[in-house]
Design a protein around this ligand. Structure first.
Ligand SMILES: [Zn+2]
Length: 1024
């Protein structure tokens, strides 16, 4: 059921006062904010023969801090994109070889020489050597508070051919973080920090005068305004009617062109271009002789778009200009007026996007990308946080505003999907807090998820806590107060607390610095009819709707079952009205009283899933008797191939079933399967019975299969718990299994599984059993399993082993249960399987598998159903599949040759062939002949050659058939196709084992005793 989300109810909710969650805010005395004063004068010449920009740099530095400085530091960020850097090494640890493998002249660099401070030459110190992204100098004399100094140097810089937030390709150059850049000195001291793959930049607000000597034909965009010279826009302009806004006179304090000293007159074929900017903490550039230019504006902010040849339809015709204007309009509305004269949106070499002040380097003209990257001009550019220390404050915040933009434009669902994803990671124990410094994250993927997606969730939840209107005021106040300053969590929290009037310290602490789970449930609830006025005692109470008439009062106990503490919306849904209040959310048990006009029917906690409550199944209670415990489930007709997964409620699918076997004939049944959140309560119930139709045997038999998997109350990260209890087609028994999956890194590295399984199976009606598969004994077995899978270079590798033991028995006792005196009552069983596959050329794949299995009693053999099966899965592995279970089942019929992978995978052989010990090897060579990933029914088709070989360890006879088995091999060719139906991807496989070393044991007996012959088999799964 979906609760009606009428606007009146929602606005009533937002209007509720949360007095209970409000406390006195006690601001602590804090030092006044300050930031250093920096002015750059950069002269540089682009030498295209060396792909290098080189020249001089003069920095004027004013120490506005209360501290006396004894050192001075610069970022040389481009040195990250070369071998030996911390960036490159962090990549390599995650098995991504990028910049560590680049050779000269492909890698990037940024060198400084002849550095002079206070008129003296100083020696460079590289504190993170061999990384050289930070260089430090001892000051010749201490620089006191209020003091200023000049730093001069020669430098050169080259972007890398492998682009990453900078780069070059041919004559196109994306210059970012390209000059020796002053390290921020703030309340933490010098923010010296090497550049890592996770985490971005941090810079001092500064004035830039950038004087460039460039090839005449380069078309260029940059931070700031072109003060003197021609950036090439006129020549590249594609919107002839649109006057180009150079804004050369924008800055009153900018020097006049005639007053700027000429370093050297540009040579023939070259030009001089001077750029100027104030109040920016970085100066980015992009140049390409092939750039097309289009201009426009939003209000008095000029828009410059530079795009590449071939972009005419995606970027041109004003499209990118309009999208940039739309983004500016949106962002001005959210935060306040843009702080700078222009924004340049350029189509860079790399995909994706990176933000710089007054400039965004984008890989596409997608509206969402533009809103995101331009949003960073507000969050990161104008509100300048330290991007590696608190990445959530630029990336999480920006993702949040991008989602608000999507929702304002009618695109919903993104935030809910992200919420489910993050809560899922929390449940898997995979989460890290949003507030870690970038390089503290265990890997790049965790950094990315934590600061973007988890960071975004923090802002949505803050909006839920303070309400839409207060959130809007928080954003505008934060921007107004902190624009063109450095910000941090404290700055934002102070504004949020001041505007909302709430003490948010607990929320910030938990939301940013922990990954605590949240789970509230409805405890006890009572309702009573009111006569006269209402009494609200505990918690927040809605005002009585009409204090003179009678209504209903409902007391709800809100139980907190997890460490996360959030005020929870409590809804009481009456027959004709709904009332809501919020709990405080701190106590483990809290009573909330809510009044409704009509009789209460139902209670719901957090119906909008705003608190990240992981278990929504316990958030509901209905008065009176209800099947399914008064909980709402999404009931659906199961189509087998898809399972609807809901965050806010469980689902139950019903599937009528029909299959056939020789004993029961046509068998009809009904299956239900349930799910919550794609991971819990994955239960199945199946009732079926043979009708006796289409068979003469008429074994009428009512069967039941019950599976309980992953109950909510057994939640444990990485664990799967399964209990099967069954009485099906001549067998009964139970399986109890637990398995733990451990995956240290989501995007690389090994995945390990360990499991424990207790399996008990008793055959009790031989009329259902496939002859040659079961002996008349029950088996009980305990098995331990362990497996690991990983990628190593081009190889995908897997290793799995099982070891266990058990006993065999029947009504006559343990030993000699079937009268076989070589049957031992106790047995042990162990298997080992290794797989490896890789692509060996485009469209070619090689797959290898090795298998060893042993199953034997102490002195003799063990029962047939627990032996090692040569051809594929053993009988107990097939017990849950009605098409492969019983005699005459659809995939076991005479002349139907089906292969269910497993065991020795000697695919051409009779599925009943077994032995007590086997080693086997399998090989497949596959060539893709059709690849159309967007299609569903036939996504990929390939041809394969295969070979299987196995050898029984002991020379022996099959206990039931008496066949002697030693060496078995087959080889042939096959066809595979990949399909997708609903959420299910599966393979159809047809194999032709043209050679079979023991034709008497082949599944397909048509060619008789010939080793070579036309035999076939098929499967709905890969061979392994
Ligand atoms: Zn971003």
């Amino acid at each position: 059921m979906t609760v009606s989300r009428a606007p009146t109810l929602l606005s009533a909710l937002f209007a509720l006062s949360f007095s209970s969650a409000t406390a006195q805010v006690n601001p602590s005395p804090r030092p006044a904010y300050w930031q250093q004063g920096v002015r750059y004068e950069i002269n540089a010449r682009l030498d295209e023969s060396r792909f290098e920009l080189a020249g001089t740099e003069m920095i004027e530095y004013v120490n506005n801090s209360p501290d006396t400085l004894s050192t001075f530091s610069l970022h040389l960020y481009l040195n990250a994109f070369r071998p030996g850097s911390r960036w490159s090494d962090a990549d390599s640890v995650e098995r991504k070889r990028r910049f560590n493998d680049l050779k000269d002249p492909d890698y990037a660099y940024n060198h400084v020489r002849n550095v002079r401070i206070m008129g003296e030459t100083v020696e460079p110190i590289y504190p993170f050597a061999p990384d050289s992204t930070i260089v430090r100098f001892e000051l010749p004399r201490p620089l006191p508070p209020g003091g200023s100094t000049q730093v001069g140097m020669e430098w050169d810089a080259r972007p890398s051919t492998l682009p990453r937030r900078q780069g070059r390709r041919g004559r196109a150059y994306d210059f970012a973080q390209w000059y020796p850049k002053v390290v921020v000195y703030d309340k933490h001291g010098w923010e010296e920090h090497p550049l890592y793959p996770g985490g971005e930049f941090y810079g001092e607000f500064a004035t830039f005068l950038v004087d460039l000597d460039l090839p005449e034909d380069e078309v260029m965009g940059a931070t700031g305004v072109p003060l003197c010279g021609d950036p090439g826009w006129e020549r590249a302009n594609r919107l002839a009617n649109q006057p180009i806004e150079y804004q050369r006179d924008f800055y009153p304090k900018a020097p006049s062109c005639s007053s700027i000293p000429t370093v050297a007159k540009p040579a023939a074929g070259r030009k001089r271009l001077v750029w100027y900017a104030e109040d920016v903490h970085h100066f980015a550039m992009s140049m390409n002789p092939d750039y097309r230019y289009e201009g426009g504006h939003w209000g008095d902010v000029a828009i410059h778009v530079l795009y590449q040849p071939g972009d005419t339809s995606a970027w041109g015709g004003g499209v990118a200009v309009q999208r940039t204007a739309k983004a500016l309009e949106w962002l001005d509305g959210v935060f306040g007026k843009f702080a700078w004269p222009q924004i340049s949106n350029v189509h860079r070499i790399e995909g994706g996007g990176t933000e710089f002040p007054m400039m965004i380097h984008d890989g596409s003209a997608d509206q969402g990308l533009i809103v995101h990257e331009l949003g960073h001009n507000y969050l990161m550019g104008i509100l300048a946080n330290n991007e590696w220390r608190e990445g959530w404050l630029d990336e999480g915040f920006t993702s949040y505003q991008t989602t608000l933009f999507d929702e304002a434009n009618g695109h919903f669902g993104g935030a809910a999907g992200d919420e489910a994803f993050i809560t899922g990671l929390d449940l898997d124990g995979q989460s890290e807090p949003a507030s870690l410094q970038s390089e503290y994250y265990k890997d790049f993927t965790s950094y990315n998820i934590s600061i973007y997606t988890r960071g975004e969730q923090f802002f949505h939840q803050l909006q839920y806590l303070v309400g839409d209107e207060a959130m809007h005021r928080i954003l505008r106040t934060y921007y107004d107060r902190w624009k063109l300053k450095h910000v941090d969590e404290e700055a934002f929290r102070d504004v949020a607390e001041e505007v909302s009037g709430m003490d948010l310290s607990g929320f910030f602490a938990q939301g940013l610095h922990s990954t605590d789970l949240v789970d509230y449930s409805v405890g006890r609830a009572t309702k009573r009819r009111l006569s006269g006025s209402a009494d609200g005692r505990l918690g927040t109470t809605t005002p009585p709707n009409d204090s003179t008439s009678s209504g209903w009062s409902t007391r709800v106990e809100v139980v907190r079952k997890a460490p996360g503490r959030v005020p929870v919306e409590v809804w009481v849904i009456g027959q004709s009205d709904t009332a809501a209040a919020r709990s405080i959310g701190l106590a483990e048990r809290e009573w909330v009283t809510i009044e409704t006009r009509s009789e209460p029917k139902e209670i719901r906690l957090d119906p909008r899933v705003a608190t990240h409550d992981w278990d929504m199944m316990n958030n509901q209670k209905k008065f009176g008797f209800h099947p399914l415990g008064g909980r709402d489930y999404d009931l659906y007709l199961d189509t087998y191939f898809s399972t609807p997964v809901h965050r806010e409620e469980g689902t139950i699918g019903f599937l009528p079933t029909v299959w056939y076997n020789d004993a029961g004939g046509i068998t009809l049944g009904l299956r239900s399967r349930s799910d919550y959140f794609g991971r819990f309560e994955q239960n199945q119930f199946l009732v079926s019975g043979g009708t006796g139709w289409a068979t003469d045997e008429d074994v009428l038999d009512l069967d039941e299969f019950v599976r309980l998997r992953n109950p909510v109350w057994l939640r444990s990260p990485g664990m799967t718990q399964t209990l099967d209890v069954f009485n099906v087609e001549g067998r009964y028994g139970a399986v109890l299994g637990i398995e733990r999956t451990n995956r240290p890194h989501l995007s690389f590295g090994p995945e390990r599984k360990v499991g424990l399984r207790l399996q008990w199976v008793v055959p009790d009606d031989a009329r259902f059993l496939v002859p040659g598969e079961y002996e008349d004994v029950g088996t009980a077995e305990l098995e331990l399993s362990a497996g690991v899978s990983d990628r190593r270079g081009p190889w995908r590798l897997g290793l799995k082993g099982t070891a266990g033991g058990g006993l065999v028995y029947n009504s006559r006792g343990l030993a000699n249960a079937t009268g076989r005196n070589d049957l031992d009552p106790y047995f042990y069983r162990a298997t080992l399987e290794g797989t490896a596959d890789r692509s060996i050329a485009p469209r070619w794949r090689l797959g290898l598998r090795g298998y060893a299995g042993v199953s034997a009693g102490g002195d003799g053999e063990t029962a047939k159903q627990r032996q090692i099966y040569a051809s594929g899965a053993d009988p107990l592995e097939r017990i849950t599949n009605p098409f492969l279970r019983s005699r005459g089942a659809l995939l076991l019929r005479p002349d139907v040759y089906y292969h269910m992978a497993g065991g020795g995978n000697l695919r051409g052989y009779d599925p009943t062939v077994s032995m007590s010990a086997l080693v086997a090897a399998n090989l497949e060579l596959e060539r893709t002949v059709l690849d159309r990933n967007q299609k569903k029914l036939f996504k990929r088709v390939s041809l394969a050659a295969f070979g299987d070989a196995g050898h029984a360890i002991a020379d022996e006879d099959d206990p039931i058939t008496g066949r002697n088995i030693e060496f078995l091999a087959d080889a042939g060719a096959g066809i595979r196709a990949e399909h997708r139906l609903g959420q299910t991807t599966f393979v159809t496989r047809v194999d032709f084992p043209l050679y079979t070393s023991r034709p008497d044991l082949a599944q397909d007996q048509h060619p008789g005793g010939d080793e070579f012959g036309f035999r076939w088999l098929f499967s709905f799964e890969a061979a392994w």
